[in-house]
Ligand binder design. Structure first.
Ligand code: SF4
Length: 197
């Protein structure tokens, strides 16, 4: 099956999901979006207020910052990046998703990853790191260090919302992104252009 058709069918399935309590409190399921063939996937925590309203991931202030960060590495949702979250429904008051909510939603994310088949995954923040890799992992200790997950290269870094709260983290995230650009050139496209690296 073509990737487009597989992702469309999964999206249809997820839109009807009631596997956890989050669906009852949100406006809509935020499935994910972006390039299916670019080789890079970004995973965050869950939809916020703007995402819940518009049905798209990372469209609020943190999302705009994420797009700028990706752009500085020569990446865009249109051409290289597929964007998703650990949970697809907004937790009330933007609280951190509970372990049982993460567990309920994880099969969808794993299927999404299998369809998109990225060579590299960027995990944004502790919830993404703990949800996909290790419930006890700390983002401060893990960021900037390559991990392997099911044959894919994984780079944990800070969530853009953390950068909005603490702009002093921006150079740290930039260092992590430069590593991603290097790995992208190694694994996906040797001629990948990046204005700053
Ligand atoms: S967060 Fe995930 S598991 Fe829970 S209702 Fe929404 S789509 Fe289903």
């Amino acid at each position: 099956m073509e990737k487009e058709e597989a992702i469309r069918q999964l999206n249809d399935q997820v839109q009807d999901c009631r596997r956890c309590q989050l669906r009852a409190g949100c406006s809509r399921v935020v499935f994910g979006e972006g390039s299916l063939n670019g080789g890079l996937m970004v995973i965050g925590e869950g939809p916020g207020q703007d995402e819940d309203r518009l049905g798209r991931p990372f469209v609020g202030r943190a999302g705009q910052l994420l797009d700028k960060i990706l752009e500085s590495g020569g990446f865009s949702r249109r051409d290289q990046v597929y964007v998703g979250n650990i949970v697809k429904c907004r937790p009330p008051g933007n609280r951190v998703p509970l372990p049982e909510e993460r567990t309920a939603c994880m099969p969808y994310l794993k299927e999404q990853i299998a369809i998109v088949d990225p060579k590299i995954i960027i995990l944004l923040g502790a919830t993404a790191l703990q949800g996909l890799i290790d419930p006890k992992a700390k983002i401060g200790a893990s960021r900037g260090k390559w991990l392997q997950w099911e044959g894919r290269w994984v780079m944990p870094t800070y969530h853009p919302a953390a950068l909005l709260r603490n702009p002093g983290l921006k150079p740290v995230v930039w260092e992590d992104l430069k590593q991603v650009v290097g790995k992208y050139r190694e694994l996906v496209k040797p001629s990948h252009p990046c204005e700053y690296c």
